[in-house]
Ligand binder design. Structure first.
Ligand code: G3P
Ligand code: MG
Length: 250
């Protein structure tokens, strides 16, 4: 396998930006994460109907905007008319959906790191998303400040084939860790494994951490999480990383 980028992972990564304190996956949430002292954010990316990559988690609009319907039914001008901040709080009224380009420009300007998650929603093409996102990432962010992750194995395999391993770190997302984790990671030449912290078991964590970086999502209770640091977990992806400030291992 090729060498991976020399990534210095932070202990804490802000999930969807600082999503406990700002509307998730927005420029405002990334600025808030930066102000809170986070060096890295996790964000989700998918395509609008016109092929524009945007920072958005759900397949639908209802939860995080003032509109309804499906993301895939929007083109960029229509997406821009949505208010994606007011649902969270009045202070964020007028926030607009971020394109990937805009978000990468902000991450770069703030000198932050990014774990970008490819969201391949049901019925959507992994290839269209990967072929759009990967070249954009390679042009924009240095390898040392970037991890591309997905639950979708096809999307990761396509990304592996588009970018050399030393240029693009790939993170394999699992809910619970399957028995086949090593095969899956080897086949993708993965850099990291990202899993649901509530489902991680000690022996499995230690085996993974011997070979890969190990990240846990979405942990918001530092006391409940605490024993897992000793299992070799590198980083926690949290909606509210500041809560962990006094609960980190050395
Ligand atoms: O990337 C970790 C985590 O974000 C995966 O789940 O649903 O929050 O995107 P979700
Ligand atoms: Mg995500």
């Amino acid at each position: 396998p090729s060498p991976h980028p020399a990534i210095v992972l932070p202990r804490l990564i802000a999930h969807r930006g600082l999503s406990a304190h700002a509307p998730e996956n927005t420029l405002a949430a990334v600025r808030a994460a930066h102000r809170a002292g986070c060096d890295w954010v996790e964000l989700d990316v998918q395509l609008l109907g016109d092929g524009t990559p945007v920072i958005w988690h759900d397949a639908t609009l209802k939860r995080c905007s003032d509109s309804r319907g499906k993301l895939v039914d929007l083109d960029l001008p229509r997406a821009r008319r949505l208010d994606v901040g007011a649902w969270f709080g009045d202070a964020f009224r007028g926030e607009r959906m971020a394109t990937l380009q805009e978000m990468l420009a902000l991450i770069e300007a703030l000198d932050m790191g990014l774990n970008l998650e490819l969201k391949v929603n049901r019925g959507r093409s992994a290839a269209a998303l990967v072929e759009c996102v990967v070249p954009t990432l390679l042009e924009t962010l240095p390898a040392q400040r970037l991890i591309l992750s997905s639950f979708d194995g096809n999307a990761l395999a396509l990304a592996r084939d588009l970018a050399p391993a030393e240029r693009l770190a790939l993170g394999v997302l699992f809910e619970g860790i399957p028995r086949s984790w090593r095969q899956r990671c080897e086949a993708l030449n993965a850099f990291s494994v990202h899993c649901d912290w509530t489902r991680l078991k000690k022996a499995q964590a230690q085996a993974i951490a011997d070979e890969y970086r190990l990240l846990c999502y979405t942990a918001n209770d530092p006391t409940a999480f605490a024993p897992r640091w000793g299992w070799g977990v590198d980083s926690v992806i949290s909606d509210d990383p500041e809560r962990f400030a006094n609960h980190l291992p050395n």
